[in-house]
Design a protein around this ligand. Structure first.
Ligand code: G3P
Ligand code: MG
Length: 243
């Protein structure tokens, strides 16, 4: 059955990449959670999407400019949700792992190192995954395919998915021959050629971001491994209905 991956947690209704959004994704029955990781100024792995803090917290600084303690004082819900959900901190990756360990959810860890390559992000993320014994319940994704190949060298058993904004010609071959495992196209990059190539080379497709019925139907027809969605509850019910 096609898996449902909650994009930045249950971000369609709750503040993205916060423990509240992750808990709500679990309640919604998501099979997997996607989140984004970066490094703070003091080299800690933190869960946050944008390189800048402006859009979500209103603070005109970059994630890499503040320490973990300073980041933890910012309200990640402020700019999008106002007071609706109160204060929601920027989680450390370790805080997330301690929580997810108690569930059976699989985590799609997106290494946010396309615009800025954080030195040591791969090593530190893998170290934490192993500290919590979660290597068999995670996979990596990134637009930075060099970083993914580095992860494969560090810990080959952790699957890696290549994120793309544009269709990659002969995607299945490219992914497989680079030693990677999954192909992560956005919806508009999902086409027949991609699907055929991935099928031929045994590469699973995790497509993003599917928030409507035509998208779900297309993902299912293409045999996608997973849909990455902002609304995991609706998608889970539909997939479970077997339609
Ligand atoms: O993993 C799919 C998606 O998260 C990639 O784009 O910008 O939402 O991290 P973005
Ligand atoms: Mg992401």
């Amino acid at each position: 059955m096609m898996k449902i991956t909650a994009h930045r947690g249950y971000s369609g209704q709750y503040p993205e990449n916060t423990m509240l959004a992750f808990e709500k994704a679990a309640e919604a029955g998501a099979d997997e959670i996607e989140l984004d990781v970066q490094l703070s100024r003091d080299g800690k792995v933190v869960v946050f999407h944008d390189e800048s803090l402006e859009r979500l917290t209103g603070v005109g600084k970059m994630v890499m400019e503040l320490t973990l303690d300073e980041l933890a004082k910012l309200n990640a819900a402020k700019m999008v949700h106002g007071e609706k959900f109160g204060f929601n901190k920027i989680p450390s990756f370790e805080e997330y792992l301690a929580w997810v360990k108690k569930t059976n959810i699989v985590t799609n860890i997106e290494l946010k190192n396309g615009r800025y390559y954080y030195e040591g992000l791969e090593e530190k993320t893998i170290e934490l995954i192993n500290k919590y014994g979660l290597a068999d319940r995670v996979y990596f994704s990134s637009f930075n395919h060099v970083s993914l190949m580095k992860c494969k060298k560090l810990q080959p058993a952790i699957p890696c998915g290549a994120l793309v904004f544009m269709p990659m010609g002969n995607a299945g071959y490219c992914v497989k021959s680079s030693g990677l495992d999954f192909y992560h196209p956005d919806m508009k990059s999902l086409n027949d050629e991609t699907v055929a190539s991935c099928k031929k080379h045994g590469v699973g497709i995790n497509v993003w971001t599917i928030d409507d019925m035509p998208g779900l139907l297309k993902a299912k027809a293409c045999g996608c491994r997973s849909v990455i969605t902002d609304f995991p509850d609706v998608c889970k019910v539909w997939v479970g209905s077997g339609k």
